[in-house]
Design a protein around this ligand. Structure first.
Ligand SMILES: Nc1ncnc2c1ncn2[C@@H]1O[C@H](COP(=O)(O)OP(=O)(O)OP(=O)(O)O)[C@@H](O)[C@H]1O
Ligand SMILES: [Mg+2]
Length: 288
């Protein structure tokens, strides 16, 4: 990838551009690290929608280049927490931060002057329903890249599209039909295309909100394998209602209940030796 691709817009206020990935992959460093530094630090976060409290006193350290899973019953605040990491809640009427901070690599994402476009580039998002644009496979990725890199050359763009599709383990399936509509792909392929689209702008954090909820077990397995591979290079945060999935792929687990983070810890510990009785009940399927 070109160096120019890594630089941010001229109007950027300088906050968060450093979080756009460097051109050189950090794959392979994981083994060399004894511990993983926090990429997202949440400290006493409170969120309200109008007069309704959605999150209260949420604190956690999300490690770099690991998979963190948020679990908990419907309405407990998992998506709200995730959307605070790249300020996707900003446009929701009545939304407000009622307390606390969210730091991305040490930088306060809600600080005055934060370039929200740069933040959203650094913290990519994939949703429950695959949502490719109604255009070609190639253009789905090219459009996302062009938004950040106006005037990028066709050959550079071709390279970025190919790399993103390879990273998402989709290249071999679509290399001969890049001009075909993305809507002609299967649901699982569409979801991998959405992951490729998120990766193409080289985020640091990849967030996925129930990404396998509409997929069959085989497509789900492929996404899980992909996330495990990507966690060598990316900090991944996934919301899932599938406890077996959280057990299969996550390093850390956060259990939310009625707007509070009841427990956050190593996946094995949370599932097999829960610190709190509510967690133990939830993970053995007693409610939710
Ligand atoms: N746009 C919104 N406007 C008002 N209230 C909202 C909005 N989005 C979420 N809430 C409320 O905030 C609380 C947390 O919702 P959130 O969507 O974060 O939960 P969740 O854990 O992701 O649930 P699910 O598992 O069903 O996706 C809920 O009480 C919900 O009704
Ligand atoms: Mg949700």
């Amino acid at each position: 990838m070109s160096d120019t691709f890594a630089s941010d817009s001229a109007e950027s206020l300088g906050i968060l551009e450093t979080l756009v990935r460097p051109a050189v992959s950090r794959a392979g460093e994981r083994e060399a690290e004894s511990t993983s530094a926090p990429m997202v630090t949440v400290n006493g976060l409170g969120v309200a929608y109008g007069s309704k409290t959605a999150l209260e006193g949420v604190s956690m350290l999300i490690p770099e280049r690991r998979i963190t899973a948020f679990i908990g019953p419907s309405g407990c605040g998992k998506s709200t927490a995730l959307r605070c990491f790249n300020r996707m809640n900003d446009g929701i009427s009545g939304f407000r931060i009622s307390g606390g901070t969210v730091l991305l690599d040490g930088q306060d994402v809600y600080a005055r002057g934060v370039n929200v476009t740069a933040l959203r580039r650094a913290v990519g998002m994939v949703f429950q329903q695959p949502n490719p644009f109604p255009m070609s496979i190639y253009d789905n990725i090219a459009l996302a890249v062009r938004e950040h890199e106006r005037g990028i050359s066709r050959s550079t763009l071709d390279g970025i599209v190919e790399q993103a599709l390879r990273q998402a383990n989709l290249w071999d399936e679509v290399r001969d039909c890049l001009t075909q509509s993305a809507l002609s792909l299967s649901g699982g392929q569409q979801q991998r295309l959405c992951i490729a689209r998120a990766l193409a702008v080289r985020p640091t954090v990849l967030m996925l909100d129930e990404p396998c909820a509409s997929l069959d077990p085989i497509s789900t397995g492929r996404i899980e394998e992909l996330l495990l591979e990507l966690s060598a290079d990316y900090t991944i945060v996934i919301v899932t209602h599938n406890l077996a999935q959280a057990q299969r792929i996550s390093d850390k687990v956060g259990f939310f209940l009625m707007g509070r983070l009841v427990e956050f810890g190593d996946a094995l510990q949370v599932f097999e030796a829960s610190a709190r009785p509510e967690t133990a009940e939830y993970v053995r399927g007693a409610f939710g």
